[in-house]
Ligand binder design. Structure first.
Ligand code: SAM
Length: 341
């Protein structure tokens, strides 16, 4: 099994491989599923976590924004009648799917699944030619819409903030010039232009289009906003003693989770030089180590696990606080407004 340059997995024959759940043992340890517990899996994907949680005897409400994942999960729903509810929804809305008396656990495994990367027609991978799409929900603004219509300054901001791409201005200018002649339609179309503008050097470990593709995917799916909202929603939806477990694959996402737990555990603002001014009551206590990553053995089998980081918190009895997105210090890309113009 190998990782292709778009991040998807292929078997020896080049065929797609089912999604391998990352940090599964560690997720289960932190989540503690057991008979009588109700866990919400906000990122059903191929159902890897859900299936292990059901096997531990807990009931599951599973969400995924991708209609393909929901359709593929119907066999699992039938096999676990009465114990698994599968709903097409964004995880920012998870509190709407929780019972009044609350959840015992929420787990989020952020990002794209191997199935999404492997399907060329979803347009996530520059190593497979397909429409420049990248919409997990299969609706809304596509990556092609952004590339063909966003203002130059907005393209640069997207590539800088969400891709940490040093060549952002150069790539954005080239996109602007090319789209005036013909709009971008396919993934290869865009990846090909980026390769010409910023050719790969011998020392480069990643393809030159990696960061731009990542930035577009995060922007198109509002992945940072979704994550930030989901953490607040979990705070509202968990019972006292409930567990929130989040696995991320990118430093931008991990920073959000880390800031949330720091803020919600009442530790924000304190340092040797700056004492805590407003000490809040903790809505979450830490579970185990503050951050867990994959061991060498798992990273060897599953390259996707290499960048995975797990953080978890135990809900206290303190009332949930108001949503305050300012704690994350997110780039204000909402101000991009309508595309074009
Ligand atoms: C990494 S996969 C999850 C894999 C899963 N844990 C497993 O073991 O099979 C991430 C899944 O989350 C879904 N997803 C990503 N962002 C989402 C969001 N904001 N709301 C709901 N689902 C989302 C994606 O469609 C994808 O299917």
């Amino acid at each position: 099994m190998v990782a292709n340059s778009g991040g998807g997995l292929t078997d020896a024959d080049g065929g797609p491989v089912r999604h391998i759940p990352v940090l599964l043992k560690e997720v289960l340890e932190a989540l503690a599923p057991a008979p009588g517990k109700l866990i919400l899996d906000g990122t059903f994907g191929a159902g890897g976590y859900t299936s292990a949680i059901l096997a531990a005897g807990a009931d599951v409400i599973a969400l995924d924004r991708d209609p393909t994942a929901i359709a593929a999960g119907q066999a699992m729903v039938a096999a676990h009648a009465g114990h698994l509810t599968l709903i097409q929804s964004q995880f920012s809305q998870l509190a709407d799917h929780a019972p009044q008396d609350g959840l015992d656990g929420v787990v989020l495994d952020i990002g794209v699944s191997s199935m999404q990367l492997d399907e060329a027609e979803r347009g996530f991978s520059f190593s497979k030619n397909g429409p420049l799409d990248m919409r997990m929900s299969a609706s809304g603004v596509s990556a092609a819409d952004v590339v063909n219509h966003a203002k130059l300054a907005d393209l640069i901001r997207i590539f800088v903030f969400l891709g940490e791409e040093k060549q952002a201005p150069r790539i954005a200018h080239a996109i602007e010039k090319r789209r005036a002649e013909a709009p971008f339609v396919t993934t290869r179309d865009l990846a090909g232009l980026i390769e010409v503008v910023t050719p790969r050097k011998a020392k480069d470990k990643i393809h030159p289009a990696t960061r731009v593709f990542q930035a577009l995917r995060i922007f198109v799916n509002d992945e940072l906003g979704e994550l930030a909202q989901a953490l607040f929603a979990a705070e509202r939806a968990l019972k006292p003693g409930g567990r929130l477990v989040v696995v991320t694959f990118h430093s931008l996402e991990d920073r959000i989770v880390k800031k949330f737990f720091t803020d919600r555990s009442g530790r924000a603002g304190g340092s040797r030089h700056m004492p805590v001014v407003h000490e809040r009551l903790a809505t979450f206590d830490p579970i185990g180590k503050s951050m867990i990553s994959a061991g060498d053995a798992e990273a060897e089998i599953n390259p996707r696990a290499r960048s995975a980081k797990l953080r978890a918190g135990l809900r206290t009895g303190v009332q949930a606080e108001a949503v305050d997105l300012s704690i994350f210090d997110l780039p204000n890309l909402a101000s991009l407004g309508k595309l074009g113009g």
